[in-house]
Write a protein that binds this ligand. Structure first.
Ligand code: SAH
Length: 356
C-alpha cells in the first residue's frame, strides 16, 4: 500500500531511499519541494531523476486533508474542520498573534482521558491521528496563509510560526506519531518551526513526561494541572488516580533537571471547584521553587456538564502574585466561533456527524 509522504521524517525518508538504491540526499530535495515550495506533485520536482520519480509514485502519495468548513472569528481566529479518509472529522485553529501565526492542532479523534470539564471526551469514537494527519493540518494552514498574503509572500505572517499541541486528544497517548510530527515541522528542511515555538500540552501521563524529558528537546512542555491537590484533581481528571500530584511533580522536576527548560502549568478556573483563595495558596506552595509559570485560563462552559466559569479570577491571580508566583492570565481567542480552549469537538450539526 502507498504511504503518505507526510508520515516521514527527513532521516526516515533518507533511510528508505538508501535502502532502495537511491541517494539519501534526495530526501532533502523532496522535503524542500514539499515543505518549502509547496510543490505537491512528484512529476514537478525538476531536480529529481526519472527513476526516483517512478519509485516515489509507486510507493508514496502526496495526500491532503479534505477541508469541510472554515470559520473566522471577530478577533481573526480561524477554525478549520477537516474530514479524514475514514470520514471522521477534526478541527484545527489558527490564532494570529503579535509574534506570529500560531496554530492549535488536534492529535486524536476524541480523547480517552475523560477530564470531567472537557468537551473532547464527548466524542464517542476514538483513534490516534497518524503523523501525516497532523502534518497536513499545518500544511493546510500554510497554504491558506500563502493565499491570504500572496501580495506579500515574504511576510512572516505568510506562514505558521508557532504550534501548540492543545487541540483534541492527549498527545502523550499518541507519543510516537506526535514526536514524528514535531520532528517534521521542526526540521530545517520541513516547516522549520523552531522547537521553542512548539508547545506540547499533557494532562499528566507521568511515564511519557519522563520519556519526553529523556529526549532532551527544546520543545516546550505544558502541564494541565487544574487543581492544587489530589482531592480536587481526582474529581476533575481521572488520570490523577493513576498518577497523583506528587508523582506528577516528581516527573516535572525530572523534566526540568534533564532539559533545563521552564515548564508551564495550565490552570482553568472553575467556579467553587478550584478557585478559592485557599486553593491559590495551596497552588503557590505546590509550584514553589519550580522553574515554571502558571497560566490561568478562564473556564469555557460546556453545555453537557455543570461547571461554570469562575467569577473570582482576579482574586485568585492576586493571591498568586502576592506569593511571588509567576502567573499570567491567558487571553481567549475565537470565543464566537467555539474555537476557544477546550471547546473543540469536531462536529458540525447539519454538515457532518462523525459519531458512529
Ligand atoms: N490533552 C492535553 C491537550 C489538550 S486540552 C492536555 O490535557 O493538556 C488543552 C487544554 O484545554 C488543557 O489544558 C485542557 O485541560 C483545557 N481545557 C479543556 N476543556 C476546557 C474548557 N472547557 N475550558 C478551558 N480549558 C479547557
Amino acid at each position: 500500500m502507498k504511504n503518505s509522504i507526510f508520515n516521514y521524517t527527513l532521516p526516515s525518508l533518507g533511510k528508505t531511499l538508501e535502502e532502495n538504491g537511491f541517494k539519501k540526499y534526495s530526501a532533502k530535495q523532496i522535503f524542500n519541494w514539499i515543505y518549502e515550495k509547496n510543490v505537491l506533485d512528484f512529476a514537478l520536482m525538476t531536480n529529481i531523476s526519472k527513476e526516483l520519480k517512478l519509485f516515489l509514485n509507486e510507493n508514496f502519495i502526496i495526500n491532503s486533508l479534505n477541508m469541510l468548513v472554515s470559520e473566522e472569528s471577530h478577533d481573526g481566529t480561524i477554525k478549520l474542520l477537516f474530514m479524514l479518509d475514514d470520514k471522521r472529522t477534526i478541527e484545527t485553529v489558527l490564532m494570529p498573534q503579535k509574534y506570529g501565526q500560531s496554530v492549535c492542532i488536534t492529535t486524536q479523534v476524541g480523547c480517552k482521558m475523560a477530564c470531567k470539564f472537557c468537551a473532547s471526551g464527548l466524542i464517542k469514537t476514538e483513534r490516534n491521528l497518524e503523523t501525516h494527519e497532523m502534518v497536513l493540518q499545518i500544511l493546510a494552514i500554510n497554504l491558506l496563509l500563502k493565499e491570504k498574503y500572496k501580495n506579500d509572500p515574504d511576510s512572516p505572517r505568510a506562514r505558521v510560526s508557532h504550534v501548540v499541541v492543545m487541540g483534541i486528544g492527549e498527545p502523550f497517548d499518541n507519543f510516537d506519531n506526535v514526536w514524528n510530527f514535531v520532528n517534521i515541522i521542526n526540521d530545517d528542511y520541513g516547516f522549520n518551526i523552531g522547537a521553542r515555538h512548539i508547545t506540547v500540552s499533557t494532562c499528566g501521563v507521568v511515564p511519557k513526561i519522563k520519556e519526553f524529558a529523556d529526549l532532551q528537546s527544546q520543545v516546550n512542555l505544558a502541564i494541565s494541572l487544574h487543581a492544587p491537590n489530589n482531592e480536587i484533581r481526582n474529581k476533575l481528571m481521572p488520570i490523577n488516580k493513576a498518577y497523583p500530584v506528587e508523582k506528577l511533580m516528581d516527573a516535572i522536576k525530572y523534566y526540568i533537571q534533564k532539559t533545563n527548560r521552564r515548564i508551564t502549568f495550565e490552570y482553568i478556573l472553575i467556579e467553587d471547584v478550584n478557585d478559592s483563595e485557599d486553593n491559590a495558596r495551596e497552588l503557590a506552595k505546590l509550584v514553589k521553587g519550580i522553574n515554571g509559570y502558571v497560566n490561568l485560563i478562564p473556564y469555557n462552559e460546556v453545555e453537557e456538564n455543570p461547571f461554570k466559569r469562575s467569577t473570582k479570577i482576579g482574586q485568585f491571580f492576586s493571591v498568586l502574585r502576592k506569593l511571588n508566583v509567576n502567573a499570567i492570565l491567558r487571553k481567549e481567542y475565537g470565543i464566537d466561533i467555539n474555537a476557544a480552549c477546550g471547546q473543540l469537538r469536531a462536529k458540525r450539526e447539519g454538515i457532518i456527524k462523525n459519531e458512529i
